[in-house]
Unconditional design. Structure first.
Length: 358
């Protein structure tokens, strides 16, 4: 969505610098080549040992259910002593309470998937006062101290969806079912899609549904929009985990769910990379999705919190796992993990995490 500095495009580092950094880091773990005075990471008091709290934003999405399943596996593989996950149930204020409760239990590190990019700062401040490092997963806070944000480039999500639909649809109306605009993820995806269409596909008209990662809101607002605009030709769903089922059901109820290749087919691009999206691609119900790496979110969330608890720090540049660490305008560091576009051509790739879950 899954599931934050609004609409900011992250600068790409020049190739010579990337090559030099890669050469410097060759044969070393990321933390060893990442210590820098520019880093925002701080070590906890446990010297790398101690309990780690893991806080989820919600569990009503198959994406977050998958992430939740990966957490204990990745904690074990990274030798992290993680507590049972806590679910904030889509409530930003509850998430702050959850952070406080975990701190009161004496955790030495926290891995948090923020619901609200601004509101999460209250919880981050609590952790900083106690000397407990935090790794943010999926969502970047607008302010506050974190050792690392583990996230994919959400601007690229919106751009990939735009490019795919733009190539499929010469002209007409397309809908983007947006996420929560209190989240930088929702803002990044929305603005990127909107800007890309305006710049590259001016014959497309974008209609927008603010759905706040809520399936009921997506269904009801899409139903209303389709009544007024039965001629839509494309849909961009910003979170397949919560929007896939209601979108397909709404189209089906109106007799508008046509398979790819059939007359009247509405081209649909999603985000998440859950197994249900892959099955929908195979059936021709949707056309593509961007695979948000639930497995890597869990893996590198655990990796970075362990490093931060040991006092390790990081710096911008290429990593040894196919991603790039960038510095956000806020000064926070973000490891941008790869998130490939999945279509009928590569939907059966066994390397995709959505093809490896039960």
């Amino acid at each position: 969505m899954s599931r934050q500095t609004a609409g900011t495009r992250l600068r790409k580092r020049r190739t010579p610098l990337r090559a030099a950094a890669a050469a410097t880091c060759a044969g070393l773990v990321l933390a060893a080549c990442g210590s820098t005075e520019d880093s925002v990471a701080s070590g906890g008091e446990g010297g790398g040992e101690g309990k780690v709290g893991v806080i989820l934003p919600l569990l009503t999405s198959p994406f977050w259910q998958s992430y939740n399943d990966y957490v204990p596996k990745m904690a074990k593989s990274e030798d992290v002593d993680a507590l049972k996950t806590v679910n904030s149930n889509s409530d930003p204020s509850q998430q702050i309470t959850d952070i406080n409760n975990q701190l009161n239990q004496g955790v030495k590190g926290l891995v948090v998937a923020p619901l609200d990019s601004a509101a999460i700062s209250a919880g981050l401040d609590q952790a900083e006062r106690k000397g407990v490092p935090v790794v943010a997963v999926d969502v970047a806070p607008e302010k506050g101290k974190v050792a690392m944000v583990v996230r994919a480039n959400n601007v690229a999500y919106g751009e990939k969806a735009c490019e795919y639909l733009g190539k499929q649809i010469p002209s007409g109306k397309v809908v983007q079912i947006m996420g929560d605009l209190a989240s930088v993820n929702g803002r990044d995806r929305s603005e990127a899609f909107r800007s890309c269409v305006k710049k590259n596909y001016p014959k497309l008209k974008v209609l927008e549904i603010p759905a706040k990662w809520e399936s009921d809101a997506a269904a009801s607002k899409l139903d209303t929009l389709l009544n007024a605009n039965p001629d839509i030709k494309g849909i961009y769903m910003q979170a397949g985990g919560v929007y896939l089922a209601p979108t397909l059901q709404t189209l089906k109820s109106k007799g508008m769910l046509k398979k790819a290749g059939e007359k009247g087919h509405i081209s649909i691009v999603s985000n998440d990379g859950i197994p249900q999206e892959y099955e929908a691609i195979r059936k021709g119900e949707i056309d593509a999705t961007v695979s948000q790496p639930a497995d890597l979110y869990a893996k590198y969330g655990m990796y970075y919190i362990k490093q931060a608890m040991q006092g390790k720090t990081f710096k911008p540049g290429p990593t040894d796992h196919g991603s790039t660490i960038v510095k956000l305008p806020s000064g926070i560091l973000e490891d941008q993990l790869p998130a490939p576009l999945v279509t009928k051509e590569n939907v059966d790739d066994p390397k995709l995490w959505g093809n490896t879950v039960g």
